[in-house]
Design a protein around this ligand. Structure first.
Ligand SMILES: [Zn+2]
Ligand SMILES: [Zn+2]
Length: 265
């Protein structure tokens, strides 16, 4: 059984396809998924998924790329985090990939938003789902300033260097690998994956994006997460069953969930 630790089932590409997606998950032995929130506006939809199906959970947070949306206060996050089936704060973090003509100094609003998420994670003791792109140094710096020792969590859809991976592990975070691990040009990332201890690895799809080989180019969905697990198993020279069991146990441990024995109907 596999767990998709990060997906966006409320995004337009997948919206209205829940029954079909769940059937595909069951057929692919994917028994659980964490539905990730990216705006406060989206949160009710994401939470409804988690309260409607007992193998879905959700997070609350505002993605660093989202501008022109409600800016969350620490209280906004803490309040929603107390609602049923909310097991994480995020996704949050820093993304300097699309500066759109701005300097890094002008992205203080993003760092501020990230700080509020870290404070909410510390207050609620929930794990933080961290997104970082072209901003690893600042991501680690802000985490250390705000949260070192107080928050745990995961660096999701990891694409950074082994140094960043080590720093994240030193901060007590897990590392989540996505379909990128299967891409032809991802040799460096596969080297990183080889070094991350299995008891600190998660797997995810980040659906609807980044469909793994051999589904590359298709709309991604949780049912494809076994392809990520298979690549991780190949890299580590381990049986697929071991990777499935370890990443599922890591998911339960990080998000405080009970071990699940069977797929609910
Ligand atoms: Zn992300
Ligand atoms: Zn995401």
């Amino acid at each position: 059984m596999f767990v998709d630790s990060h997906c966006h089932l409320s995004f337009p590409e997948l919206h209205g396809r829940i029954a079909e997606l769940r059937a595909e998950m069951a057929a692919a032995d994917v028994d659980r998924a964490l539905c990730i929130c990216t705006t406060l506006e989206e949160f009710p939809t994401v939470q409804a998924l988690a309260t409607s199906y007992d193998n879905f959970w959700c997070s609350v947070g505002v993605h660093p790329d989202n501008e022109g949306v409600a800016e969350p206060t620490v209280e906004d996050l803490v309040e929603r985090a107390a609602l049923p089936r909310v097991v994480a704060i995020g996704e949050t973090g820093l993304d300097y990939y699309r500066l759109a003509g701005r300097t890094v100094a002008q992205m203080e609003w993003q760092r501020e938003r990230f700080r509020r998420h870290i404070r909410a994670a510390a207050l609620t003791s929930l794990p933080l789902v961290v997104h970082t792109r072209s901003a690893s140094e600042d991501t680690l710096a802000v985490l250390r300033e705000e949260g070192a020792g107080r928050v745990r969590g995961v660096f999701h859809c990891f694409t950074e260097t082994r140094e960043v991976a080590r720093a994240a592990l030193d901060l007590g975070f897990m590392i989540s690998f996505s379909g990128i691990l299967t891409f032809r040009n991802a040799d460096e990332l596969r080297e990183v994956a080889r070094e991350v201890p299995l008891d600190r690895c998660l797997i995810e799809t980040d659906s609807p994006y980044l469909a793994p080989v051999p589904r590359r180019g298709k709309t991604n969905c949780p049912a494809y997460v076994p392809h990520v697990a298979a690549k991780l198993a190949e890299i580590k020279g381990l049986p697929l069953a071991d990777v499935a069991a370890a990443t599922s146990a890591n998911f339960e441990r990080l998000f405080g969930l009970p071990a699940l024995k069977a797929v609910p109907p």
